[in-house]
Ligand binder design. Sequence first.
Ligand SMILES: NC(=O)c1ccc[n+]([C@@H]2O[C@H](COP(=O)([O-])OP(=O)(O)OC[C@H]3O[C@@H](n4cnc5c(N)ncnc54)[C@H](O)[C@@H]3O)[C@@H](O)[C@H]2O)c1
Length: 389
Amino acid sequence: MYQVKLFNKISKVGLDHLDPARYTCSEDCEQYDAVLVRSAKLHDTQFPASLKCIARAGAGVNNIPIDRCAEEGIVVFNTPGANANAVKELVICSLMLASRDIVGGIEWTKSLAGTPDIGPAAEKGKSKFAGPEIMGKRLGVIGLGAIGVQVANAAVGLDMEVWGYDPYLSVDGALKMSRAIKHITDVNEIFANCDYITVHVPLTPDTKHLINADAIAKMKDGVRIINIARGELIDEDAMAAALESGKVARYVADFASEAMLAQKNAVIMPHLGASTPESEDNCAKMAAFEIREYLEKGTIRNSVNFPNLKVPYEGGYRMCMIHKNIPNMIAQISSTLSAKGMNIENMGNRSRGDYAYTIMDASHEPGEDVLDAIRAIPGFISIRVIQPE
Ligand SMILES: NC(=O)c1ccc[n+]([C@@H]2O[C@H](COP(=O)([O-])OP(=O)(O)OC[C@H]3O[C@@H](n4cnc5c(N)ncnc54)[C@H](O)[C@@H]3O)[C@@H](O)[C@H]2O)c1
């Protein structure tokens, strides 16, 4: 029976993918095999030795200590693309919120409740909430991953001129991108030429404060900026100064902070990007599937700290091994197995950065002496034996 610890409330649709005959899912267990998490911060959590994988039902993984997990042989998964449509829809809404003062207009109209002749009274004040249309304007999309591509394509559909920038654009992303999108290779071109800029990059040490005072200084006067990705991508001191001077006409973000709430031209939402029932279901389903595939078959798909690997299973005992990506590792594992009289029937190995993952199938069950001999190889992190169905 596998134990799955839930660090957040997870959609029932996802949990239904973990067969209760094989999985116990609870918020209280202490010796668990897997973690299902949404946005709970795990940086200070000490994990039990039994933990094999963490699945984040969502895209960003900055709430998870992924380097420490790699060192401890814990595979971290995310659910790329599962919430992309939900976020795209909020970005389209944000384009409108960045254009006209819709929120201010709604508040003003509400304040008129009880006024005689409320219709004409509301009309009289409307001009101060007016703003431009998005059709024909130039939108810069920074980050063309699962969300950025969908946003860029949708904006093309709304007759915007779309420029996209992503130095690590995947083949998949490029294939999904509308041909109408202009691919930009220098982010400064986006800064200098776009009327609207939206960011869709992960938060990393490299992307923190991607939008800072230097970047804003290069932008058009009256630029409108949308950030539904992560608050720290924006230097808020620089943004506050730019909103006060009018350099940035409006900033729409999905992250609350005192500094931004104090700004009249900032529209701040409470992290609503992926908050749709469809997205929560999609993410939870994908996360549950990733846990199942890894625990039951050793397959790694959508990991952020280990390589993807799927090896067809034809029977026998499957050894799932995590180790450092250093020379001679496979040779040492196979010579240890052959010294113990074991034959490898099938295998796969892939590396990613400092770490590697190896699957070997053998017809005989490796005894504790074999496992201990493998564990003693310098640079070896963990081994577990399964028999996929
Ligand atoms: N507000 C929300 O509720 C919400 C929901 C989902 C995702 N997000 C955020 O949106 C981010 C993007 O999500 P996604 O699903 O599109 O992720 P993704 O991994 O599919 O795409 C990210 C893209 O950013 C690109 N990139 C990385 N560094 C870059 C840089 N310096 N300049 C330009 N491009 C760069 C990558 O190459 C990749 O294509 C997530 O990391 C997450 O932080 C927020």
